[in-house]
Design a protein around this ligand. Structure first.
Ligand SMILES: [Fe+2]
Length: 180
């Protein structure tokens, strides 16, 4: 099957009977990355396939449908399970890779994949500084220039989004009765 956009990604989660909280998590990560993409400096925006980022956000934790214990407990089995699930449905390997973003070495991740990993932290008001730094380094390598100002701009965007999301994450915990 072909996934054309994030709506189809979210629909696939529903079709596979994902829990409400799992669907809600994906919706919030999609919404977070949309806001992040809108605020990125235009030089970086041009390097990124926006649609691919949105699709990646809409499906990255789909493996938790099969490994539901990892919805509330930590664990990485859902990553491979998600990748294999998508491949078994005929989804392209390029999209299936998004299930592995927390396991693959950062230097092997594309800008789009790094951004999904970054948003997977920002949605709850936290930051993955290691992925953010890698995102900056890869962007400047592609732009063929080092730029301190660009670093500051990215840092500001990530900090703003993280700040804004702190409140919505508390709401998510309340609605989904997740304890931390
Ligand atoms: Fe996630």
């Amino acid at each position: 099957m072909k996934i054309h956009n994030e709506k189809e990604g979210l629909q696939l989660l529903k079709d596979l009977k994902a829990s409400k909280s799992l669907i809600n998590h994906h919706e919030l990560v999609v919404e977070t990355v949309e806001r992040t993409l809108d605020r990125l400096p235009s030089s970086i925006k041009h390097l990124i396939d926006r649609n691919l980022v949105l699709i990646g956000c809409s499906l990255h934790d789909i493996g938790k449908v099969r490994k539901s214990s990892e919805e509330s407990n930590s664990g990485k089995d859902h990553e491979l399970a998600g990748r294999n699930l998508l491949l078994s449905l005929g989804v392209s390997p390029k999209i299936a890779r998004y299930c592995m973003i927390h396991s693959l070495p950062e230097e092997k991740l594309y800008l789009e994949e790094l951004l999904v990993g970054i948003a997977d932290n920002l949605w709850k008001g936290s930051r993955d500084l290691s992925k953010e730094l890698c995102f900056y380094q890869k962007s400047t390598a592609l732009l063929n220039r080092k730029d301190e100002l660009l670093f500051k701009k990215l840092d500001d965007v990530f900090e703003q989004i993280s700040d804004e999301n702190f409140r919505s994450y508390k709401e998510y915990l309340k609605v989904n009765r997740v304890s931390v």
